[in-house]
Design a protein around this ligand. Structure first.
Ligand SMILES: CC/C=C/C/C=C\C/C=C\C/C=C/C(=O)SCCNC(=O)CCNC(=O)[C@H](O)C(C)(C)COP(=O)(O)OP(=O)(O)OC[C@H]1O[C@@H](n2cnc3c(N)ncnc32)[C@H](O)[C@@H]1OP(=O)(O)O
Ligand SMILES: Cc1cc2nc3c(=O)[nH]c(=O)nc-3n(C[C@H](O)[C@H](O)[C@H](O)COP(=O)(O)OP(=O)(O)OC[C@H]3O[C@@H](n4cnc5c(N)ncnc54)[C@H](O)[C@@H]3O)c2cc1C
Length: 664
């Protein structure tokens, strides 16, 4: 039968050890074991079903999310899951909810910005979920411009309290997840005012709702901001609105790791940089990069399996039609996404390491790598989420008409994913941060301050401004050194050109605004170089398993040459490669697609996703697509009755031409 046979035969063709590839994808044998066990636990629990999600009303959807969250918490306690296992369980439940913000932002903010004392007071309550918290930064009037926030926190020396207030409509907190209906507490970002002086934005722990009856505390107005894009999708989350009318909190509820306000109302700065007030964003951006590989690989898994099952045209000698995965156009759209999923996985792994390293240094009062960490997390968050959002939509198109059905899993995945291009920093705003960092790095070249970390290559500015690509035949593009040099030269030349253009302006800020579109492209080039170089570094590690390294090498080359092909204008206009070398890269890309083709199904099997997590009829492991699609259609509530509700009021009068007289 179509589907079963197709996927089984594809699996038998794999030229590498899939089980070892699963370990590489998971990060370690231990992580694979945990994620495998927990994903099956979730898949086998009927409370975690998600097949009716797109058909529920918002209220039912939300209540069902609460039920799942409570059940998840119960299972975590009953099974005594470790922190790692609990995080996996929340991941596989796969439903955006207040828990994400509680564990993902509220707790990390207290850890990162609270003093030891504050951590001791608040963290045990949060860990036991005796309180539920969210992250209330964005306002109706300002999101990107954090220094433009209007909420005030005015110190009252008489009572030793802060008065939290929303002075304008635009100062209403707007968007925080978990705020609308659930959170009892929030970290609220507001302007610190002492003695009428504004000391800028700081974080404050504020109780919002009573722990007895869940009603908002006096002076607090709170609600949900309304339906968002798509059915089901992100509507499981209670993104909220919040206003304060002179709400008083004790002084010790200002998060005081960065600066402290004394009993006398004096502001004391610690030795840590003020930017640590933005620290949670760095942490979450790093996490979002890892998550991008999950969302993209999920869409790619669906599109790849379906492309092997789906047949159109081209009768072969055995009388069956061609699998659409065999069309070169399908491969040229699908395989770069497969390669991107792996690339994002490895750059995410590296970014996690970078973040841990920065944190360790911060503990030891070494703040030197913070700007690099900010630039990398901001840039890679932007690059990977934009590519993933576009990639999911491409996967939908790769699945033809059936990809547009909710039962394909792709519409909901897209709707849930796309806000990642906006939250935790609008992707363009974040690239502009990277551009500032690059311009600063270029301007310091020759000053004796050596570029560090991901900008080390800029230290070779003279070589990179002049080098010529050595490629003479297509296979030369398989050499990591050749690829790296082309990407480094392109990035270097784009940053230098931007810096030179900027230098022509008397006013640098005006120049930055004028040139911002070019600056964003320079930032993209730098971030793509990071992704490529981290993939290449990964391949230098010991990679066990038959054929595994070879497949990863092919994917790495596909990622790099696909990016080169997509941004050919950059590579040609900066003179990094010639048109002839560009066409050789294209020829090499085609040959790489043929190399990956027999392994495509095994490469997506290596993600080790359960059918529950994929929630896609098209991406089923067994390939049994058509009977299940057919079965799924009948489950739609519209098919509950043969004759639809409304027939008598609206269809019958048309058919019986009873409306004609009324119209005449
Ligand atoms: C675990 C993961 C799971 C949990 C999450 C669950 C679900 C996720 C779903 C949704 C959650 C969403 C949450 C949110 O969206 S929270 C709100 C996020 N908001 C933003 O990201 C706002 C974006 N804006 C900014 O970050 C800043 O305002 C911006 C950096 C754009 C500008 O700030 P400002 O005007 O103050 O700075 P500049 O003058 O440009 O820079 C000054 C200086 O500071 C450096 N800098 C800036 N940001 C940082 C940072 N984060 N860390 C370190 N350093 C930073 C900047 O480079 C400048 O340095 P220098 O040039 O040396 O002076
Ligand atoms: C689903 C979702 C969940 C969220 N969860 C939370 C949360 O839990 N807590 C929280 O505090 N916030 C949350 N947010 C808010 C989010 O962080 C902001 O929406 C985000 O930071 C973007 O800010 P903005 O809405 O002000 O966009 P704007 O800055 O208004 O962006 C509008 C347009 O202006 C452009 N633009 C803005 N500034 C510049 C510039 N300097 N140069 C060039 N172009 C510019 C942008 O590129 C964009 O095209 C959430 C948002 C969403 C969508």
């Amino acid at each position: 039968m179509a589907g079963f046979d197709d996927l089984a035969s594809e699996r038998s063709k794999a030229q590498f050890d899939v089980e070892e590839m699963k370990v590489i994808w998971a990060g370690s044998r231990h992580t694979l074991e945990v994620s495998d066990r927990i994903s099956r636990l979730v898949a086998n629990d009927p409370v975690f079903r998600k097949d009716t999600r797109t058909m529920l009303s918002r209220k039912d959807l939300f209540k069902n999310t609460l039920r799942k969250a409570a059940h998840a918490w119960k299972r975590i306690i009953e099974l005594r899951l470790s922190e790692e296992e609990a995080a996996e369980l929340r991941f596989y439940v796969d439903e955006p909810a207040f828990m994400d913000l509680h564990w993902g932002m509220f707790i990390p903010t207290i850890k990162g910005q609270g003093t030891e004392e504050q951590q001791q007071k608040w963290l045990p309550l949060a860990y036991k979920m005796k309180i539920i918290g969210c992250y209330a930064q964005t306002e109706l009037g300002h999101g990107s411009n954090v220094q433009g926030l209007e909420t005030t926190a005015t110190f009252d020396p008489q009572t030793d309290e802060f008065i939290i207030h929303s002075p304008t409509l635009t100062s209403s907190k707007w968007w925080p997840g978990g705020l609308g209906k659930v959170s009892t507490h929030a970290v609220v970002y507001g302007r610190l005012i002492i003695d009428s002086k504004d000391y800028g934005v700081n974080g404050f722990i504020v109780q919002l709702r009573s722990l007895d009856d869940h009603l908002p505390l006096p002076g607090i107005t709170i609600g949900d901001i309304g339906m968002k894009f798509g059915s089901g999708a992100y509507n499981t989350m209670d993104n909220g609105v919040l206003r304060f009318d002179h709400v008083r909190i004790p002084r010790d509820q200002m998060l005081m790791r960065v600066s402290q306000v004394t009993r006398e109302g004096k502001l004391v700065q610690s030795n840590v940089p003020w930017q640590l007030v933005y620290g949670t964003m760095v942490y979450v951006r790093q996490k979002i990069v890892s998550d991008a590989s999950c969302a993209l690989s999920r869409a790619v898994c669906i599109a790849t399996r379906y492309s092997a099952v789906r047949r159109q045209f081209g009768l072969q000698s055995n009388g069956i039609e061609t699998q659409v995965i065999d069309y070169k156009t399908q491969q040229s759209r699908l395989f770069p996404l497969l390669a991107s999923a792996y690339a994002f996985r490895f750059v995410g792994e590296w970014l996690k390491w970078l973040y841990m390293d920065v944190n360790q240094r911060l503990q030891a009062s070494d703040f030197s790598t913070l700007p690099e960490a900010h630039a990398c997390t901001a840039g890679l968050k932007s690059l990977t989420t934009s590519a993933t959002a576009d990639g999911i939509e491409e996967c939908r198109k790769l699945c033809g008409g059936h990809g547009y059905l909710c039962s394909s899993g792709l519409p909901e995945l897209f709707a849930v994913y796309i806000p990642a291009c906006t939250y935790e920093g609008d992707n363009i705003v974040l690239l502009l941060q990277v551009a500032r960092f690059l311009i600063k790095t270029v301007s310091q070249l020759g000053s004796g301050k050596e570029p560090v970390g991901t900008t080390v290559y800029m230290g070779r500015v003279e070589q990179l401004m002049q080098c010529h690509c050595a490629v003479q035949k297509a296979e030369d593009w398989l050499k990591p050194s050749v690829i790296l040099e082309a990407f480094e030269a392109r990035s270097m030349r784009m940053s230098v050109a931007s810096a030179q253009n900027l230098a022509k302006f008397d006013n640098q800020e005006e120049g930055f605004l004028e040139l911002s579109a070019d600056l964003v492209q320079a930032a993209v080039a730098h971030c793509q170089l990071i992704v490529v170089s981290k993939f290449i570094e990964k391949l230098q590690q010991d990679i066990p398993g038959k054929g595994v390294k070879g497949q990863l090498e092919a994917l790495c080359n596909i990622y790099a040459l696909f990016i080169l092909h997509k941004h050919l204008g950059d590579f040609l206009s900066t003179g990094c490669i010639t048109p002839k070398q560009a066409s050789l890269a294209n020829a090499q890309l085609r040959s790489l697609y043929s190399q990956v083709r027999p392994n495509a199904i095994a490469l997506v099997d290596a993600f080790n996703y359960t059918d529950h997590y994929l929630s896609s009829v098209l991406g089923r492991y067994d390939g049994n697509v058509y009977p299940k699609l057919y079965e799924e259609a009948w489950k739609d509530p519209l098919n509950d009755s043969v004759v639809p509700d409304g027939y008598q009021e609206y269809i019958q009068p048309i058919l019986k031409q009873q409306l004609r007289n009324a119209r005449l």
